[in-house]
Ligand binder design. Structure first.
Ligand SMILES: C[S@@+](CC[C@H](N)C(=O)[O-])C[C@H]1O[C@@H](n2cnc3c(N)ncnc32)[C@H](O)[C@@H]1O
Length: 349
C-alpha cells in the first residue's frame, strides 16, 4: 500500500539504522513499527543496504542475515491489517538468497576480517544532496581484542571520540603536519587526510602487521595515490633521531601529534611518554592530543604520574561522550569515560 504522506528518512529513523548497520553495530535502532510497515520505507531500506551491489563494501553475510531476519520479523509484527500492508518482496528475496548461502561457523567468522564503515554525518554538506556521505571504510578484525600480538587490527572507541572532536575543531589539523602514534587501523589519520585538509598525516605504529595493513585501508578510502597520508614504523621508546636518518622524517617538522587508546598498558607508558618527550624536544611548538579510555583509573594515574615526573602538563580539553541516543554516527559506548587531553611541556619557573 502506498500512503500519501511523504516519508522522511530522518524521521523514519532510516538514516540512523543504515549508519549503524554499516558500522556492524550489534544493537541497532530499527525504525519504529509505524514506519516499518510502510512499503516505501521497506523499499528505501532494500535499495540502500540489502539490494545486490547496493554497498561497495558490505558487512559479512552472517551479519547481513542476522539483521535482515530481525528486520523482516519486525515488519511482520508491525502489520495489523494484511489487506493494507505487507512485507516487501525484494526484502523477502534478499533473505532467501542469504539463507541459501553457506555461512562460516561463528568460530571461523570471528577470525575473519570485515569491512566496517563509519559515518560522519557532522561533515555532510546539508545543502548538497549530490555529494557522497562522509564515511570511512576499514578492513578490521572486528571481534578480536588482540591478534598477532597487537590490539591495532580493529578501531577503538577513543579514536572515534577523538575523531569527532577533531571534526568539531579542525584547526588542529588544517594545514598542519600530523603524526599519529599507535595508529592501528589508521582511522584518525584517514579521517584527517580525507576530510580535514592537513599538509600530511603520518599513521605510525610499532607493529609490523599493523603498518603493513595500513595501505589497504588507505586504498579503501581512495587515498592510495594521495600525497596527504603515509604509513611509518614508529616504536615508542626507540630513538627517532639516529635510527634511519640523521634528521628524522627528512627534517620536516610535525605540528600535531595524535594518539588514541595508547595509554592502556602500564608497562609501555614510560616508552610512549619517552617518544612524546623526544617529539617535544625536536618540535617545541608541537600540540599533542591523546584520547585515553579510562578502563582503569589506576592505569591512567600511572600515565599522569610519568607525565608529571617528565615535566609534561596534561590538560583535559574534550567534551563528554554524547549519550548513545544522541549519537548520529559514528556510534560508540557511552559507559566508559574517554578523556581527550592536550599534553605540553611544563614551563620552568
Ligand atoms: C588499543 S590500539 C589503538 C589503535 C588506534 N589508535 C585506535 O584507537 O583504534 C593500540 C595501538 O598501539 C600500538 N602499540 C602498542 N605498543 C606500541 C609500541 N611500543 N610502539 C608503537 N606502537 C605500539 C599497537 O600496535 C596498537 O596499534
Amino acid at each position: 500500500m502506498v500512503l500519501d504522506t511523504p516519508v522522511s528518512t530522518d524521521t523514519a529513523g532510516i538514516g540512523r539504522f543504515c549508519r549503524q548497520y554499516l558500522q556492524l553495530e550489534s544493537d541497532l535502532d530499527y525504525p519504529p513499527p509505524v514506519h516499518l510497515r510502510d512499503a516505501r520505507v521497506q523499499d528505501i531500506l532494500y535499495r540502500r543496504i540489502f539490494a545486490d551491489g547496493a554497498l561497495p563494501y558490505p558487512p559479512p553475510r552472517r551479519y547481513q542475515l542476522r539483521v535482515l531476519k530481525e528486520l523482516v520479523s519486525r515488519v511482520e509484527s508491525s502489520i495489523e491489517d494484511w489487506d493494507l500492508y505487507g512485507v516487501s518482496e525484494d526484502l523477502m528475496a534478499a533473505l532467501s538468497h542469504l539463507l541459501a548461502f553457506p555461512l562460516p561457523s561463528e568460530a571461523v567468522a570471528v577470525q575473519q576480517k570485515s569491512y566496517v564503515t563509519y559515518s560522519l554525518p557532522a561533515l555532510d554538506q546539508s545543502n548538497n544532496l549530490d555529494s557522497p556521505p562522509a564515511q570511512i571504510t576499514l578492513l578490521e578484525f572486528r571481534h578480536l581484542i588482540s591478534a598477532a600480538g597487537t590490539t591495532g587490527l580493529r578501531t577503538w572507541e577513543a579514536a572515534l571520540h577523538l575523531g569527532k572532536f577533531l571534526c568539531a575543531n579542525p584547526s588542529f589539523i588544517r594545514g598542519r603536519r600530523i603524526l599519529e602514534l599507535g595508529a592501528g587501523t589508521g582511522y584518525l589519520s584517514i579521517l584527517c587526510a580525507k576530510f580535514l585538509a592537513p599538509t600530511l598525516a603520518i599513521a605510525s605504529d610499532g607493529s609490523d602487521d599493523v603498518v603493513a595493513n595500513l595501505p589497504e585501508n588507505f586504498f579503501l578510502n581512495g587515498l592510495q595515490e594521495s600525497g596527504l597520508i603515509r604509513e611509518m614504523d614508529v616504536k615508542w621508546g626507540h630513538a627517532l633521531v639516529g635510527t634511519e636518518d640523521e634528521h628524522w622524517n627528512g627534517g620536516r617538522p610535525i605540528d600535531t601529534v595524535l594518539g588514541a587508546d595508547v595509554t592502556y598498558d602500564k608497562s609501555v607508558i614510560p616508552s610512549l611518554i619517552g617518544t612524546m618527550e623526544e617529539l617535544v624536544g625536536m618540535f617545541p611548538k608541537v600540540t599533542i592530543l591523546i584520547a585515553a579510555t579510562e578502563r582503569s583509573r589506576q592505569t591512567f594515574d600511572v600515565f599522569l604520574g610519568v607525565c608529571e615526573e617528565r615535566r609534561l602538563n596534561v590538560e583535559d580539553i574534550g567534551p563528554k561522550i554524547p549519550r548513545r541516543q544522541d549519537q548520529e554516527g559514528p556510534f560508540y559506548n557511552d559507559h566508559v569515560p574517554i578523556r581527550i587531553c592536550r599534553i605540553t611541556k611544563s614551563v620552568e619557573l
